[in-house]
Design a protein around this ligand. Structure first.
Ligand code: 13P
Ligand code: SF4
Length: 303
């Protein structure tokens, strides 16, 4: 069966759209309406007129789409697609963390469950984390779950203490200082572009640190021809495809061949097809939790 043709037909029949995170297997772009990072996809989910959203990403992303479009039906093609970082904190250990540091605003990275968002003051993505923390006009904040993104924000701002929960992304932490040193030797003319979920020592040695979207924009605008990408493989695949299609003459090299988020790779074209046919794997969120979590995301979107 040609899944691409069948999916495109079903999308029209059912007034469905497919939102795809840049870490997905690249063939999923062939059936996608929007491909991008989590901030871009959250906005696309909030603004769509479709009846059905298929979210090719991980669970918290589909949940966020449901929070932003509660009247739409939202589906995750493969329910094994969880985010290991998001699953490092739940409502109970968030409560304990807050008790240890009372009366401080709590910022949560969008890589968190609706239950966690419901107990936080404002949400952020890696694209807007610095601005969100700054917007709080405070000297101290709590930041969950990613300690590395939180500490990177603290460094960028310089005048805010960011107290972080000890969550992390196992995929980005696989990038080591030795990888940077090796890349510098092998590709002396390349620029190293890094996601802020990486270890602080890795970020410190990079030429540019930014979210998925910022890395892509930087690579497009730069006059350099060779780049080492210190984030998930899907970003490198898309940059090389776009360079080829648009004759940029640029080369993008994954810092280390193991930088693949296994959970992001569960969704397949066949899963998307099955989800559209059977309407299984729908996302439902408790209404009280949804109400509170939505406020947390809306505050982010209004900044
Ligand atoms: P972005 O917010 O850059 O899309 O990243 C999401 C993510 O899961 C990074 O590991
Ligand atoms: Fe979660 Fe890390 Fe995968 Fe991003 S790369 S979805 S943070 S486990």
């Amino acid at each position: 069966m040609n899944f691409i043709d069948e999916i495109n037909k079903l999308k029209k029949q059912k007034n469905a759209i497919i939102l795809t995170h840049c870490y997905q297997n690249i063939e999923i772009d062939e059936v996608s309406d929007f491909v991008g990072d989590s901030l871009y996809l959250s906005k696309a989910a909030a603004n769509t007129d479709a009846d059905i959203i298929i979210f090719a990403g991980v669970y918290f992303m589909a949940q966020s789409a449901k929070l932003l479009s509660p009247r739409k039906r939202v589906f995750l093609p493969n329910m094994n697609s969880g985010c290991l970082m998001a699953d490092m904190i739940d409502a109970d250990n968030l409560k304990k963390f807050k008790q240890l540091h009372p009366n401080l605003p709590v910022v949560c990275y969008i890589n968190s469950t609706a239950e966690v968002k419901a107990e936080c003051d404002i949400c952020c993505t890696s694209s807007n984390a610095v601005n969100i923390v700054k917007s709080l006009n405070t000297q101290k904040v709590l930041f969950v779950p990613d300690t590395y993104l939180g500490k990177w924000v603290e460094k960028q701002l310089g005048n805010v203490e960011v107290i972080t929960f000890n969550g992390f992304c196992p995929t980005h932490l696989r990038i080591r200082v030795e990888d940077i040193e090796k890349a510098r030797k092998e590709y002396p003319d390349a620029l190293i572009l890094t996601h802020p979920e990486c270890h602080g020592e890795v970020s410190k040695l990079s030429d540019f640190v930014g979210s998925t979207k910022e890395i892509i924009e930087y690579a497009q605008k730069s006059n350099n021809k060779q780049f080492i990408i210190a984030t998930e493989k899907g970003v490198v695949d898309r940059l090389n495809r776009d360079s080829k299609c648009n004759n940029w003459g640029k080369e993008f090299i994954l810092i280390n061949e193991n930088i693949i988020c296994p959970n992001m790779k569960h969704n397949t074209l066949e899963d998307i097809y099955n989800t559209l046919v059977n309407e299984t794997n729908e996302i439902f969120i408790d209404s009280e939790i949804a109400k509170k979590a939505r406020i947390c995301i809306d505050k982010m979107l209004s900044v």
